[in-house]
Ligand binder design. Structure first.
Ligand SMILES: [Zn+2]
Length: 264
């Protein structure tokens, strides 16, 4: 058995939720394949069931939708508690159960604490695959319980111009003054779609660096940084469905959590 089969939890970092899910399905196949080789055969009933997402021992947790059919922003503690309960029930047909948590970096803090408890005392044989686009949003205690794997694509370095823009935005957020953010937003109204996309990528990377203490956080609290990272993820989703640049800038001006000013 190779190492991945042994480890009970793995964080899969990918640039998009779809890519993360693809990586997780591949590992789930590896864990559930009836031939039990190093590589999944891709042909046995288990492999095929995994691919069509109908394997009874593969459980995928996703963000729920609200009563208006919109995706909720977070994965909740109830969803993780349901996983904990289920993980103690014996598998249906495979030798083990596999749990994929798609967008695990959207678990809120109570959900992450519930996940931590589960990872600290994992039921025998259960495998947990946590897909993330931003591993820094996971609690360090959760990260320390998991093996980590990055997608081959990796992250591209943000261009200097976009990083500068992102820094301007973060300084405005750190000022604790909404008017600063609105001024910043109006100042960027010449950005086109592609430049806005680059800005959001740069913002996401800069915030990750700040959360990992690779860069000065300009007095922004960890909580605020985590919320900004979540906001950036939302903007990325919106851009993917061609939401206009102006709308994104407006969102950044209106929805950014404000700091307490220059106290720190
Ligand atoms: Zn197979």
């Amino acid at each position: 058995m190779d190492e991945r089969r042994m480890s009970h939890a793995c964080i899969l970092s990918a640039p998009t939720a779809e890519e993360g899910l693809r990586m997780a399905r591949r590992l789930a196949q590896e864990a559930l394949c009836e031939r039990g080789g190093k590589q999944p055969c891709g042909r046995c009933a288990a492999c095929r069931k995994v691919l069509s997402d109908i394997h009874p021992d593969l459980i995928t947790v996703r963000r729920l939708t609200d009563d208006k059919g919109r995706l909720r922003r977070e994965i909740t503690v109830d969803q993780i508690r349901a996983v904990s309960d289920d993980a103690w029930v014996l598998p249906n047909e495979a030798p083990r159960k596999v749990y994929i948590i798609s967008e695990a970096d959207r678990m809120n803090t109570p959900a992450q604490n519930a996940a931590l408890k589960l990872l600290e005392e994992p039921p025998n044989g259960a495998l947990f695959l946590l897909c993330v686009t931003n591993p820094a949003l996971l609690l360090p205690t959760v990260r320390s319980r998991c093996a980590q794997q990055n997608s081959a694509a990796g992250e591209e370095a943000a261009d200097a111009e976009s990083v500068k823009l992102a820094e301007g935005y973060l300084r405005a957020a750190a000022s604790g003054d909404r008017a600063e953010l609105i001024r910043w937003s109006f100042g960027q109204d010449s950005l086109d779609q592609r430049q806005t996309q680059a800005l959001i990528e740069a913002l996401s990377q800069t915030v990750t660096d700040m959360l990992c203490a690779r860069r000065d956080s300009l007095g922004l609290s960890r909580r605020q940084l985590a919320e900004i990272a979540a906001l950036a993820a939302r903007c990325r989703d919106y851009l993917r469905v061609n939401t206009g640049a102006k709308h994104i800038l407006g969102l950044l001006a209106a929805d950014t959590p404000l700091g307490s000013g220059n106290r720190g």
